[in-house]
Each structure stands twice: as structure tokens, then as C-alpha cells.
Design a protein around this ligand. Structure first.
Ligand code: SF4
Length: 744
């Protein structure tokens, strides 16, 4: 089946009017009336191939430039991740480039930290100030006292700076606040974390099971395209979600599960599949250990057992389990991405991984497949400075959590507050992540920021974190800069180039330039020997034997398709210690954790309160896009989803809550959101409410987004730490609703 643009729009756009566009956005044609708007044409355009940074998926783009302005951004048909199509955010990139609120010149703080009062200074003055601040911290506390928080491909240059500087304290909220538990769960089961793009074969799956994942609203372009293709040729969906998501609307089974009980459902599914001998016995005999322990473990975890826990009727659990098993091995249990929910998230990921093993889908077409990378040697430079204390260098990664594979960003924040000798952090470099919204418990983040000796932010927009910095350095958008080559593992291995389409606006500078200049001021110039990013990238491409001129023209270097699964003749790879899939995890047993996932009940919301759940809209990437006026057209602000029956008689409300009415959300600790419109709907259970993340910004320089909508982050004053890998489960907060006009 050929994927038509209309079909793609149906998958991605139903919730918010978003659309995945085959051509670029220029004015007011956001999918809602896309077919009626004339394409502006491309005659005389200069076209620059690059890759997108409106989120971190990295789709290939072609930027059209006319009279020195980027007029539209379209998908690069040669790029394996975009395949000629962009999601709404990618197509709306000019909304970021020409955002009137962009940081324009370097800023140095003149009042108390957090008061957001700055003066504009020259780059020289700003970089000198940063250099002095960092060197002072190094002199007094050592290089490890500096931490970098980063998100996105542009962070490469600052990670390199940190290696040269000699601090291992480099954290990204994308791990412990997002995909970390999933990485740990699959690592424990299959011996490898999944990484990004996830090595899954949506395109060939015949049944796709989404557990709390709302793919389509969570817009990872390639996966949404493949999901649309799969549905188009008859694949069935099983969607487990307390909310009737867009994906649920396409599903054979929507299981509106009680939040926090997914592990019980997974155990019951395994019970059915094992009881009915619907698993892949031959595959398991070849590849797995622990089947009999698993069988005994789930023997009494029947659908009848799970019903009162999950709220899903036994026959529905049985029927959905049978559908899932019927398509094996092309039955894909999607691993999800944002997986930090309740603090037992690694165990839930383990349960999903074990279920996938019962289906024989690891290493099989339509399941989990193998990806490969193209050769790209590093630039020849001695980048790594010796850490002053090797042990300290290694410790941040685990942070006391034995299966952590990356640094725990929230751990760096906590350590800053506690002043633990382990980190003893005194300075933060923050690249492109608004820590006030990215980390749980804003009070803790503020406390950390107040206690630091020095904070510098590098950003495109004046996010709230900038107001808490001593120096703010304005970065050019991805359309105005070169960056490192993207070299992800993929089923068709490729390299992608980021290339400047137009020179940086205002007095902004590319990240590579900022890092290099900073290195020069702290005695590390020899670690940045290249003239510019282009020279650096070309050297790497040449060293890998790639055609530089062609890469610059097309924006991509394509490798040959590789064998990805057993059906292609590739042996199933399981790099665990035993070389087998660990249905029972010996490693977890050794560490004192349950070797097989157990269901433990979670605290439930008291009467009159609701569990706060968060998610994504196809038009937005957390807070990074909420000030984008183009993206505001289809999705101007978030809404709180409230069950329609519950809305009839909310405590403290005289009369029903009306759809569109504004309310405040107040959590169990008294934290209060800004006023937010209620979406009163039958599409969500009555024991929870739901917000799209990223809104409710408190950044006075964000002319559009400041104060608009409600911030879920502000309401996450408590979290449950996953003891296995350190993730912060954030769906453990409860809120009540107050009518806006009655609020104090
Ligand atoms: Fe850009 Fe969308 Fe691709 Fe993300 S998914 S890189 S925002 S086009």
C-alpha cells in the first residue's frame, strides 16, 4: 500500500488538527485546509539540505531560501527518517527562526539570580565572564564541580568541551526523566538498550501493541509514517491507555486501564499466552532462559486476578492476548519512549520485553530488528582530559542505581543541593534544556540554582532557565548553523549533515563557535583545532571514505540496506552474559530486585482528586515549541482533559464543569497551575486528568507562551525513583480542580 498524504494526516492529526506535511509551511495552512492552499512555488530558490532540530528525531529537511530568507522547510526524500515528509513541528521551523522573542545578544545578569534582569554585552565580554566563572570554580573545587545539562544534537560541542575540561558530569533529562527505564529493562532482558531511533519494525508488524504510548500524538515522524502504512495494509492495534488517544481510535482493542496497573495486565497477558500455549516454544528453546520460572510466576496471574486491579474485564484481557499472540512473531509490543511513570518502570519495561520474547519477536521481521551504523571516524584530536579522580568520574553514571547507563540529570540537581562530596557541583552549563520544566520538583531545581557559584545557559529562546543564569549566550537556530554529522544506527544506515541555510540572525552564534571560543578562554584551544564545523565534518566524512561534495549537496550519505532480522538470514543477537534472553533476570536477583516483574499497588488519588497524567501533542516538542506562532495556530495552548461524567459533580463546584471553562489544578502539596481550559470528554477515565506537557511557561520574555496553559511540571512536586536505574516516576501526583473565577 502506498502511503498517501491524506492517510498520514489522519494518523497524526486527529487530536490537534496537526498534519504531517509533504510540503512546507509558509502561511496559514496547517493541514486544516491544506488541500486548498496554493503552494508558493520554488522557482529561483536556493535549497539547502540539512536535518531538523524541532525535536530530536533528526529528520532530513530541505530549506528553501529566497532573498536571504528561509521561505519553507520540506522533507528530504533521500533521508531515511523523513522520507520526504515532515511532522508539523518540522514544517513550522521558520516559526522558530523568525520568532520575535529570540535571544539576540549575550546577556549578563545585573540583579539577583532568578530575577531575570540582564544587560546586553559583547560576545567577548560574555565569554570572558563565562571563562572566568568556570576557571574560578575549577581552581577552588576541581573540574568535576562543573556539570553540563544538555539536550539535542547541538550539545555535541559542549560534551566535547566537558571531556576536554575533565568533568564526567554530563546529564540529559532525556534519560532519567524519559526513556531510561525502557533502556534498563531491555538491557536486562536482551543485553542491549534500545537507543534512538528504536530498532522496531512497525512497517511489517501485523499487530502493534501500545502501552501508554500515544504514537501519532507523540510525533516521531518515521514511526508515525510506518504506523500509518501498517494500519493501511491491515495491521491491528491494541492500545492500553487511560485516555482514548488518536491511536486508540484506530485500534481493535482499547483497554482503558486504571493508571499504575500495567504490570498486572502484562502478567495476565503472559498467563493467557502460556496457558494456551500460544507462545513461540521453538524460539524460546533456542534463545531464552527462565521459561519455567516465568510459567510458575504467572500461573495465578489470571485475567480474573487482573480484572479488579486493572479494571479490564477478563474476556477482554483474553481476547486481546489472543490477538497479540496470533500475529507472532510480527507482533510488536512497542517499547514506548517516555517511560518514567510510577518508579517501578524498569520492571514494566522488563514485562514488555518478556512478553515480546514469548512472541518470538526479538530479531524477527515485524518485531525488534537489528540496525547498523555507517563508518564515521572521530576527528583526530586528544579530547579527553584525565579526571582528577577516576572513581568519581565513573560514579555519576550509576549515581547509586546499578543498571543506569547514563548520568542521572535529576541526580546532578539533587547533588548540587545536598553538596555531596560525590559531585560537589558548583557550576552548571545548560545547553538547550529548560531544567525548571524538565526536572521533577521545581523547588529542588530552584534551590540548586540559588546555591550555585556560576550558571551559564546557551539557548535560542529566553526559556525560564535563562532567567536563572549569570550569563546567557544566544545560539543560532539549526537553520543558521552547521553541526556535527548525525550517524544513527538504522535499518538503512546513513549519515546526515546539518548545514547553515542562512547566516545567524541578530548577534546569535552557532554552538560550535561558542564552545570553541570558550575553550580558547580556559586554555583548551588545542581540543578545538578545526577552523569551523564544516572543516570538522568534512574531515570526518573524508576519513570514513565518503564523498563530501555529494553529501553536502544531498544532505545525506546512504549506506546499503542491511539484513535486519532472522528472516533476512541474520542470526538473532542477544549480548547478555548468558547469550540468551533473560526471562528471569539473574542480574536483578543478584542486585536484590525481583528477577521477574511483580505487580505492586500504587497509592490511589483520594476522593475529589485525580492522578495527573501528561503527554504530547503532534504540534509541539515540550516547551521548546510553545512560543512558535506558526505552531500556535493549530494548537494554541494545552487543555486539561476531564471525564465528562466526573465533570457533572466535581467537589466544590456548584453545577457541572463546562467544556472550555477555565480551571486551576492544585496538587496534593498545594502547588497550583495557571488557569487552563477544560476539555470535558468521555475520552478519559474518571480517576485521572491529562495535560500536554510544555505549557504554563514562566518566562516573561516568551511573548506568546508566557503564562499560557498549565504546566504539569509545576504540579510534579513528588516523584517515585526507580531503584534499578534512577528514573523519576512522575505520574504519582494528584490534583483537584478549582473553578478559575473562584480561585484565590
Ligand atoms: Fe523535525 Fe518532526 Fe522530524 Fe522531529 S519528527 S525531527 S520535529 S520533522
Amino acid at each position: 500500500m502506498t502511503l498517501t498524504r491524506r492517510k498520514f494526516i489522519q494518523i497524526g492529526g486527529a487530536a490537534a488538527g496537526g498534519a504531517v506535511l509533504a510540503s512546507g509551511l509558509t502561511t496559514r495552512w496547517w493541514g486544516l485546509d491544506a488541500d486548498r492552499v496554493e503552494d508558493p512555488g520554488t522557482e529561483g530558490d536556493r535549497v539547502v539540505a540539512s536535518y531538523c532540530e524541532l525535536c530530536f528525531w533528526g529528520c532530513g529537511v530541505k530549506a528553501h531560501v529566497k532573498d536571504g530568507r528561509v521561505t519553507k522547510v520540506v522533507g528530504n526524500p533521500d533521508h531515511p527518517l523523513s522520507r520526504g515528509m515532515l511532522c508539523p513541528r518540522g514544517a513550522g521551523a521558520t516559526g522558530l527562526l523568525y520568532d520575535p522573542d529570540r535571544l539576540r545578544r549575550p546577556l549578563v545578569r545585573t540583579q539577583k539570580r532568578g530575577e531575570d534582569v540582564f544587560e546586553e554585552v559583547s560576545w567577548d565580554a560574555a565569554l570572558n565572564r563565562v571563562g572566568e566563572g568556570l576557571l574560578e570554580v575549577k581552581r577552588r573545587h576541581g573540574p568535576e564541580a562543573v556539570a553540563l545539562f544538555t539536550h539535542g544534537s547541538g550539545g555535541t560541542w559542549f560534551k566535547h568541551f566537558m571531556k576536554a575540561w575533565g568533568s564526567p558530569n554530563v546529564g540529559a533529562p532525556s534519560y532519567a526523566q524519559c526513556r531510561g527505564p525502557r533502556e534498563a529493562g531491555y538491557l536486562l532482558t536482551y543485553g542491549t538498550p534500545l537507543g534512538s531511533p528504536e530498532p522496531i519494525d512497525l512497517a511489517n508488524a501485523r499487530v502493534i501493541t501500545l502501552i501508554g504510548s500515544h504514537l501519532g500524538e507523540n510525533m516521531h515522524n518515521t514511526q508515525v509514517q510506518e504506523l500509518a502504512e501498517a494500519i493501511g495494509r491491515g495491521a491491528e492495534l491494541v492500545v492500553v491507555d487511560p485516555r482514548f488517544s488518536v491511536a486508540a481510535s484506530k485500534a481493535r482493542y482499547w483497554l482503558p486501564i486504571k493508571p499504575g496497573t500495567d504490570i498486572a495486565l502484562l502478567l495476565a497477558w503472559m498467563n493467557v499466552i502460556l496457558e494456551e500455549k500460544a507462545y513461540d516454544a521453538e524460539y524460546l528453546a533456542r534463545h531464552a532462559v527462565g521459561l519455567e520460572e516465568l510459567r510458575a510466576h504467572v500461573a495465578d496471574r489470571t485475567p480474573e486476578w487482573a480484572y479488579p486491579i486493572t479494571g479490564i474485564r477478563p474476556e477482554l484481557i483474553r481476547d486481546s492476548a489472543r490477538l497479540i499472540a496470533s500475529a507472532r512473531p510480527a507482533s510488536l509490543v512497542h517499547p514506548g519512549r517516555h517511560t518514567t511513570w510510577y518508579g517501578d518502570d524498569t520492571q514494566r519495561a522488563r514485562a514488555m520485553a518478556i512478553l515480546s520474547a514469548l512472541l518470538g519477536s526479538w530479531g524477527r521481521r515485524g518485531g525488534y530488528v537489528s540496525h547498523a551504523k555507517l563508518s564515521l571516524p572521530p576527528y583526530p584530536v586528544a579530547a579527553k582530559a584525565p579526571h582528577s579522580d577516576k572513581a568519581a568520574a565513573d560514579r555519576p553514571k550509576s549515581g547509586g542505581y546499578p543498571v543506569a547507563t547514563e548520568v542521572i540529570a535529576s541526580g546532578l540537581c539533587d547533588a548540587t543541593v545536598s553538596g555531596q562530596a560525590l559531585y560537589d557541583l558548583k557550576a552548571w552549563i545548560v545547553y538547550g534544556c529548560n531544567l525548571l520544566q524538565a526536572l521533577p520538583d521545581r523547588r529542588q531545581t530552584v534551590k540548586a540554582l540559588e546555591g550555585l557559584d556560576f550558571v551559564v545557559s546557551i539557548d535560542v529562546l529566553p526559556a525560564e532557565i535563562c532567567g536563572w543564569s549569570d550569563v546567557v549566550l544566544p545560539e543560532a537556530t539549526y537553520l543558521e548553523r552547521d553541526d556535527d554529522v548525525a550517524a544513527p544506527a538504522y535499518k538503512r544506515p546513513f549519515l546526515a549533515l546539518r548545514q547553515e541555510a542562512v547566516p545567524p540572525l541578530h548577534d546569535s552564534k552557532p554552538g560550535w563557535w561558542i564552545a570553541k571560543e570558550l575553550a580558547g578562554r580556559v586554555g583548551l584551544a588545542e581540543h578545538f583545532p578545526w577552523k569551523d564545523a564544516r572543516e570538522y565534518v568534512d574531515a570526518r566524512l573524508r576519513a570514513g571514505g565518503h564523498d563530501v561534495a555529494r553529501a553536502r549537496e544531498t544532505g545525506v550519505v546512504l549506506g546499503a540496506e542491511v539484513a535486519t532480522c532472522e528472516e533476512d538470514g541474520l542470526a538473532v543477537a542477544i549480548p547478555t552474559e548468558s547469550g540468551k534472553i533473560q526471562l528471569r533476570s539473574d542480574e536483578l536477583a543478584r542486585l536484590g530486585f525481583d528477577p521477574l516483574p511483580q505487580y505492586y499497588p500504587h497509592e490511589e488519588p483520594p476522593p475529589g482528586q485525580f492522578r495527573l497524567l501528561m503527554g504530547r501533542a503532534p504540534t509541539h516538542t515540550f516547551g521548546r515549541t510553545v512560543n512558535n506562532r506558526l505552531l500556535a495556530e493549530p494548537y494554541p495552548e494545552n487543555e486539561v482533559w476531564v471525564n465528562a461524567d466526573v465533570a457533572q459533580a466535581l467537589p466544590g463546584f456548584a453545577g457541572p464543569l463546562e467544556d472550555g471553562e477555565r480551571v486551576f489544578l492544585v496538587n496534593q502539596d498545594g502547588a497550583r497551575s495557571g488557569p487552563v481550559r477544560a476539555k470535558v470528554t468521555q475520552r478519559i477515565r474518571g480517576d485521572c486528568v491529562y495535560l500536554v506537557h510544555g505549557w504554563g511557561q514562566k518566562a516573561k520574555r516568551l511573548g506568546y507562551a508566557n503564562g499560557r496553559g498549565a504546566s504539569d511540571s509545576e504540579l510534579v512536586t513528588r516523584y517515585a525513583v526507580d531503584p534499578i536505574m534512577g528514573g523519576t516516576g512522575m505520574s504519582v501526583n494528584f490534583v483537584r480542580l478549582e473553578r478559575a473565577e473562584r480561585a484565590a
